[in-house]
Each structure stands twice: as C-alpha cells, then as structure tokens.
Design a protein around this ligand. Structure first.
Ligand code: ZN
Length: 85
C-alpha cells in the first residue's frame, strides 16, 4: 500500500469498515510511514471533533472535501521531501 491508497482507505480505516487484509496493509503502512501516521492522527481528531459537536457522522461531501485536501497535502509534500528522507 502506498500513501495515496492509504489516504483513500483512511476514512474506512477510522470507521473500522475495512476487511482484515486491507486493515493489515493499512496498519503496516502506518507503522513505516510517519507522514501517514500524522495524517491519520489529524484526520481522526478532525472526525472525532465533528462527531463530538454534531453527534452525527460527517456528511459524505464534507468528508470528500476533507480527504481531497489531505491528498493534495500529501502530493504537495512529495514535491518537497521532508528533511531526513
Ligand atoms: Zn504513507
């Protein structure tokens, strides 16, 4: 699994909607990729914040916008590799 796939599955990962294989792949990627680990942490907090304030799941379009932003952030990062890589 690469970063882009991880981001695609991230929403389902957070919601525990992935099957065992995908979940294992995602967890393995998260163990080895600091960037995605940070993205997961941020996304989970954002989703929990929404859930906490709205008491209902994030509407799909809003989620898509959120993940679109995250994907863009990841691809921007690739143009400018983080230090130490
Ligand atoms: Zn990654």
């Amino acid at each position: 699994m690469n970063c882009e796939e991880l981001i695609r599955y991230l929403s389902d990962y957070i919601d525990n909607n992935l099957n065992e294989d995908l979940r294992a792949d995602a967890e393995e990627h998260l163990r080895t990729c600091h960037n995605c680990h940070v993205v997961l942490d941020t996304t989970r907090k954002t989703i929990l914040m929404y859930k906490g304030s709205l008491k209902e799941p994030i509407p799909a379009p809003r989620r898509e916008a959120l993940f679109d932003r995250l994907l863009k952030a990841i691809s921007d990062r690739e143009d400018c590799p983080p230090e130490g890589m």
